[in-house]
Design a protein around this ligand. Sequence first.
Ligand SMILES: *[C@@H]1O[C@H](CO)[C@@H](O)[C@H](O)[C@H]1NC(C)=O
Ligand SMILES: *[C@@H]1O[C@H](CO)[C@@H](O)[C@H](O)[C@H]1NC(C)=O
Ligand SMILES: *[C@@H]1O[C@H](CO)[C@@H](O)[C@H](O)[C@H]1NC(C)=O
Length: 581
Amino acid sequence: MELRSVRGNDHARHLALLLLLACAFAGGIAPATASGAGGRWELLQRSIGVSAMHMQLLHNDRVIIFDRTDFGRSNLSLPGGRCRVNPRERVLPAGDCTAHSAEYDVAANVARPLFVFTDTWCSSGTVAPDGSLVQTGGWNDGYRCARTMPVCGGGDRSCDWSEKQDALTANRWYATNQILPDGRAFIIGGRRQFSYEFYPKADPSDTSVVQMPFLMQTRDPEENNLYPFVHLSIDGNLFIFTNNRAILLDYKRNKVVRTYPVLAGGDPRNYPSSGSSVLLPLSPNPTEAEVLVCGGAPSGSYNSTKGGARIFVPALTTCGRIKITDASPAWVIETMPSPRVMGDMILLPNGAEVAIINGAADGTAGWEAASTPNYAPVIYRPNHSPGDRFEEQAATGVPRLYHSSVVLLRDGRLLVGGSNPHIYYNFSDVRYPTELSLEAFSPEYLDPSNDLLRPRILSPSPTGAAASVTYGAKLALKFSVPASARRRRRRGGAGAGSGSGGLEEVSVTMVAPSFTTHSLAMNQRLLFLEVAKTAAVRGLAGTYYVSATMPATAVLAPPGYYMVFVVNGHVPSEGIWVHIQ
Ligand SMILES: *[C@@H]1O[C@H](CO)[C@@H](O)[C@H](O)[C@H]1NC(C)=O
Ligand SMILES: *[C@@H]1O[C@H](CO)[C@@H](O)[C@H](O)[C@H]1NC(C)=O
Ligand SMILES: *[C@@H]1O[C@H](CO)[C@@H](O)[C@H](O)[C@H]1NC(C)=O
């Protein structure tokens, strides 16, 4: 096979594409809906029967969803007349025949009930290097549990959770997990837990926890700084943020190696003043890493929602951005188009955009503690110039308040679900009933007007087994771009033209799917891979090869399953699953 080099981006190609689109239109192909920027919402399911408080996509393209077991009856029956009889259950100790967890099959758009015995309320999770979901903690009888959900193969519709009691040393309710380069989870915090531990334990008799005064010091008067924001930095240390302060922790030596300045204003940004946070996309062989923290609620907001007056204070409109690898780091403040608390931040697979989605414009996290949903997501473009980074998107009509979540799917859509600000499932007589629906938000890159630019990965197979790769290895990706195929056909047959209309700058990204709950997408990570020059496959119009080099170390990309996307300009392909170890 002969490969030809393709030159970089140029204006001629954009012009060619416009002409091509014009021709396609004249030729009777239906015009794309002119929605332009703003994205699209779609209701996938009116009710899957459980509320998506926690969500994790696995590499079988199924999303594991669960809420809490002591919410009363859900709207999804356990199969075969099965009931959960758990004497420690607080609401239905005599038996609950409904499910509190479900597995959602993305392609089939169906959910099936899963069985979970102990309480998973406000817990945390990590995908283990073997691809299974390891969920930790919860409440009541679930405080110290670890539960594993395997990746069911093929048509398997029966696999389910397995649970292990006393797997953790401390009670972990509202804790955060971060996967480490050795594949273990670092588990930090939780209510009245000023410590961290690791899971799995090297030795089952290991009951060590490491005390962490920082968590005690950063509690605000409302006692809270739950679900700390944790990101694995490129030097192997952990960036840990709570409320308005942050440190860099060498967890191997339990040493604080850097203390960051207080985030301006001092307003709290962790539960219940829940903002959100991401580690921004990493470049190939990165020498710097940046963190973005957005939204939250002013100090005192939670208290204000209680008592007779019930005041819902407007949420924070600010984001703070900081180079966590700088020797003298400083926060840079930016302002969002709207106030937001309980938002979620999801890195989009083109590596150029961050979605800020869900949540409220006032109040805080907690029962009945917000009154105005923020229906419109915002896209943040980290590489645009300051002042030109935020763009408000199309609004949904579904409130996504406390206990809502969102995850990125392999096809580039965001799966949005949950919202239950009530102490039980409550479908009536309340302003914001418990939401059992699932929606998809399709960012602008999925607009039909981008179809001709959208790369399609041909190999490795997008639907086959995950490609197995090692650190530093090269991955050859073959992909096609419809626009360039058509253009070349018009110019007199496959392979005859020298043009590459429709092919813009090609990049390859690698994304760790997140465990999302309570406004935090744990373990979320996006890396740009180093790519060699894109080469056209001779004889196959519009088909190209690009060779991508995997990250060099497990510090950059902890072992496990990632989605890899080919990105043409700003338009990502559907991803493929890759297993790195
Ligand atoms: C849930 O079930 C209740 C009781 O059967 C019913 O009234 C309600 O409409 C259902 N809600 C949803 C959102 O499916
Ligand atoms: C909120 O209320 C608690 C309990 O009444 C009180 O201890 C705390 O100081 C209050 N916090 C703020 C920020 O007002
Ligand atoms: C739902 O909320 C209303 C209003 O607070 C309350 O009266 C009702 O008891 C709640 N229902 C359940 C099932 O908790």
